[in-house]
Write a protein that binds this ligand. Structure first.
Ligand code: SAH
Length: 351
């Protein structure tokens, strides 16, 4: 399958491992939860090169099942051997859905997050692992995830792809504008923006609790958004980003999480947001524009034409993210915008 084939190449693993924000937050989370890992059985869902499995072995795990369906599992096994960890880390080359593990596990660790959190996401496989093997009261790292969106202004990016055509070596190539807009903005764009591009506090699109979420809940996610722009600016579209938290199983045994409480009236300052979201000092891996960049960057959905918004103007509508029927790894995005007398729908496919 092409998806697993792509993970056989070294480049994709190199990119992830060189993302220090990602890899060091995972390592810190493993060390923070060391008392729940020492002497325990761990499964690493999608182990890749085996790095997280080895961190868990270093934290004192009794046994780590390192599972990956890609050919990279062969390398993971070599890395484990070369580090004299073959007695602890058992590499299983196969899909989490298919491999056999003949005991219950205390801990599930996985780096499953995709662009825009849910694109190509393998959270479904983490849920499968949880339901197949996790002991009651076991630990899942990360424990929960939140997808955010916010309206953005990004004139530089817009000019560089669009306004460029207005004067090309002195030639008016405005005739190219419709095609340029179509090509530049028909798909979501993965790029790094900064806090300065963001017009106001983010909205929570979806909060996922890895302990309780079902596969069914992931098929389609809909939210209504309502922002009040903090400044007068051309609105170019929306940015999406996520964070994941590494806390213990006690966070929300029922469905009583409070996703909105930590954004609505909350400054974009990362440290404050983290404190509010984390009364228990749980570590957070954030991909927000105001935090250090990661290989996930942010995902942008541009309008074909900017909309001038005034300070305090409402920006309203809804967005639906759903798994494509044609390919479960693709994501369909349905964006509705209706405010200030303007309304339109934008349909995108992330493939
Ligand atoms: N844990 C590694 C790799 C993360 S990338 C690290 O942190 O560096 C995700 C990995 O999950 C890929 O190697 C991919 O092949 C694997 N994967 C995705 N879905 C899977 C499934 N259903 N079963 C087994 N492996 C899977």
């Amino acid at each position: 399958m092409a998806y697993f084939h792509s993970y056989a190449h070294v480049g994709i693993h190199e990119e992830m491992i060189k993302d220090r924000v990602r890899t060091e937050t995972y390592r810190a989370a493993i060390m923070q939860h060391q008392s729940s890992i020492t002497g325990k059985v761990v499964v690493d869902v999608g182990c890749g090169t085996g790095i997280l499995s080895i961190f868990c072995a270093q934290a004192g795990a009794k046994r780590v099942y390192a599972v990956d369906a890609s050919e990279i599992a062969v390398q993971a096994n070599e890395v484990v051997k070369a580090n004299n960890l073959s007695d602890t880390v058992i590499v299983l080359h196969g899909r989490v859905e298919d491999v056999q593990i003949d005991e219950e596990v205390d801990v599930i660790i996985s780096e499953w997050m995709g662009y825009m959190l849910l694109y190509e996401s393998m959270l479904g496989s983490v849920i499968t692992a949880r339901d197949r093997w996790l002991k009651p009261g076991g630990l899942i790292l990360p424990s929960n995830a939140t997808l955010y969106m916010a309206p953005i202004t990004h004139s530089d990016r817009y000019s560089e792809s669009i306004d460029f055509w207005r004067n090309v070596y002195g030639i008016d190539m405005s005739a190219m504008l419709p095609l340029a807009k179509q090509c530049a903005f028909e798909e979501p764009s993965v790029e790094t923006i900064t806090g300065e591009n963001v017009l106001t506090w983010p909205h929570v699109v979806k909060h996922l609790d890895c302990y309780t979420i079902s596969i069914h809940e992931l098929e389609s996610v809909t939210t209504r958004y309502k922002f009040k722009s903090m400044m007068r600016a051309p609105l170019h579209g929306f940015a999406f980003w996520f964070d994941v938290e590494f806390s213990g199983p006690a966070v929300s045994p029922t469905n009583n999480h409070t996703p909105s409480s930590h954004v609505d009236d909350n400054p974009l300052d990362g440290s404050q947001r983290k404190k509010r979201a984390n009364p228990n000092e749980a570590l957070v891996l954030s991909t927000a524009p105001e935090d250090p960049p990661t290989h996930w960057q942010q995902t942008l959905i541009y309008f074909y034409d900017p909309i001038e918004v005034e300070q305090d103007q409402l920006i309203e509508g809804s967005v639906t993210l759903s798994q494509s029927k044609e390919n479960a790894r693709f994501m369909n995005i349905h964006l509705e915008y209706a405010s200030g007398g303007r309304s339109f729908v934008k349909e995108l496919v992330m493939r």
